[in-house]
Design a protein around this ligand. Structure first.
Ligand code: ARG
Length: 459
């Protein structure tokens, strides 16, 4: 039995049902669907469409249906196309006639848009908490490593010394932008389509603003055609997930590289690394490779939905039913991934000795150029001279510090005995103390700023 067969002589073919039915995946919106219907029953009473007894019966019945879903005792029946029809069918079985009044003025078009927005709002809130937990783990670890020296890379070539805390903190700010985007998108999601009807609006004088508020929306939509078709909120949510996926893929890559024995800067805790079935020595950073790889699916989900939305004519079209699976998948993926990434960060072992052993004096070439600048030489010229010094040391197969002062003075008379002090990694990082730099003091201030940001963005 379908809820719409009145004008049809034949029931839908089995093959159409298999194609058309969405109950397999939209049943997870049962709580939102039932909350929407309970609030809607109240709005119908206030509009004088149903009486209190009918509303009582409807709400009582819906509460029982909710219980059945929660306890996994809800039995699907033939014709349960989607979550909306399934709930209404069961309500009718439970309370009889009043159930038939619930859909007055309502369409599955405004209903599904309402349910889906409520679902995405919850999912965004949950994601925000998981992101805050990851940020906290990163900040806590950064605090322990404000003085731990390691090579910083550009083009993955050794560039300048940094402290490990600075590296960890770089991800905190990416996640801060993700969370800011999330809060912004959530505000646009919290607009209620309920009462837009199929496409043209509500004919029974319903108070949509109050109905919206009761459901936790901030306001109600202003155009019924737009309301039933608007999936911008899902596309925005998927963009947030995709860009977050890109950020996690970069963290994944850093951790894969830094934990490789060739560098050996970090070791993943036993609980979060995997071995090989043939090579007993292997320690693979599988979870961070998964983090790196999942970005592909997350970007794909966004691309898929945008492509579904492109070129749709006004108001509701069944294409829109394909909005849910990519969205559910994106949030499910992150829900699995984020706790593991957070635990990996929290339990990561830092091999401080390996990090400092990887620092070559070459990484101080910029500092040497800056030394000449402090003696009055234009930076461009200093850059050229230090290039020659680096080359001379490498040709002689010695460290720069082993070149005698007289040799250095052949490149510039500005070199004096105090140049020796420049060849210190500690001095190099400490010098970079402007806001946002890698100096331990600057990193400590950065951490303080991040903690204040976290407090201001607590939910
Ligand atoms: N299952 C549908 C969806 O997810 C619900 C809306 C159906 N509306 C309709 N007019 N067929 O979009």
């Amino acid at each position: 039995m379908t809820l719409w067969g009145g004008a049809f002589k034949l029931p839908p073919d089995e093959s159409l049902r298999r194609l058309n039915d969405s109950i397999g995946y939209d049943r997870r919106m049962y709580a939102q669907d039932i909350a929407g219907s309970i609030a809607y029953a109240g709005a119908l009473v206030r509009a004088g469409v149903i009486n209190y007894e009918e509303a009582d019966a409807i709400v009582g019945g819906l509460e029982q249906v909710l219980e059945e879903f929660k306890t996994d005792t809800f039995v699907l029946k033939d014709g349960d196309e989607d979550i909306h029809t399934a709930v209404e069918r069961r309500l009718t079985e439970l309370i009889g006639e009043p159930a038939g009044k619930l859909h007055t003025g309502r369409s599955r078009n405004d209903q599904v848009a309402t349910d889906f927005r409520l679902w995405v709002m919850d999912a965004l809130d949950h994601l925000d908490l998981q992101l805050a937990a990851l940020q906290t783990a990163l900040i806590d670890r950064a605090e322990q490593h404000t003085e731990t020296l390691m090579p910083g890379y550009t083009h993955f070539q050794p560039a300048q010394p940094i402290v490990a805390g600075h590296w960890l903190m770089s991800y905190v700010w990416m996640l801060a932008r993700d969370r800011a985007r999330l809060a912004d998108a959530r505000a646009r999601t919290a607009v209620s389509p309920l009462g837009a009807g199929a496409l043209a609006g509500h004919p029974f004088g319903i108070d949509r603003a109050t109905l919206a508020q009761e459901l936790g929306f901030a306001s109600c939509s202003q155009n019924s055609l737009d309301a039933v078709a608007d999936r911008d909120f899902a596309a925005e949510a998927l963009f947030i997930c995709a860009l977050l996926g890109v950020h996690l893929s970069r963290l994944g890559e850093d951790i894969v590289i830094y934990s490789n024995p060739a560098l050996g800067f970090i070791t993943l805790d036993d609980r979060y690394s995997t071995g090989s079935s043939i090579m007993p020595q292997k320690r693979n950073a599988d979870p961070m490779e998964i983090a790196r790889g999942k970005a592909g699916r997350l970007v794909g989900n966004l691309t898929g939905l945008l492509t579904t939305l492109k070129g749709l004519p006004s108001s509701y079209n069944k294409d829109l039913q394909d909005d849910k699976q990519p969205t559910f998948e994106a949030f499910d993926t992150l829900d699995l991934l984020l706790p593991v990434v957070t635990a990996i960060v929290a339990t990561l072992h830092f091999n401080v000795g390996r990090m400092s052993a990887a620092l070559g004096e070459d990484l101080l070439a910029t500092d040497l150029a800056e030394y000449l600048v402090r003696k009055g030489m234009p930076f461009r010229q200093a850059h050229g001279i230090i290039g020659k010094v680096v080359r001379a040391a490498s040709d002689a197969e010695v460290a720069i510090s082993q070149l005698p002062l007289e040799r250095l003075r052949e490149f510039s008379p500005l070199f004096e005995a105090d140049v020796a002090a420049v060849l210190s990694f500690e001095r190099s990082v400490a010098a970079r103390d402007a806001t946002g730099g890698t100096a331990p003091d600057a990193v400590r201030r950065q951490i303080e700023t991040a903690r204040a940001w976290m407090a201001a963005h607590k939910r």
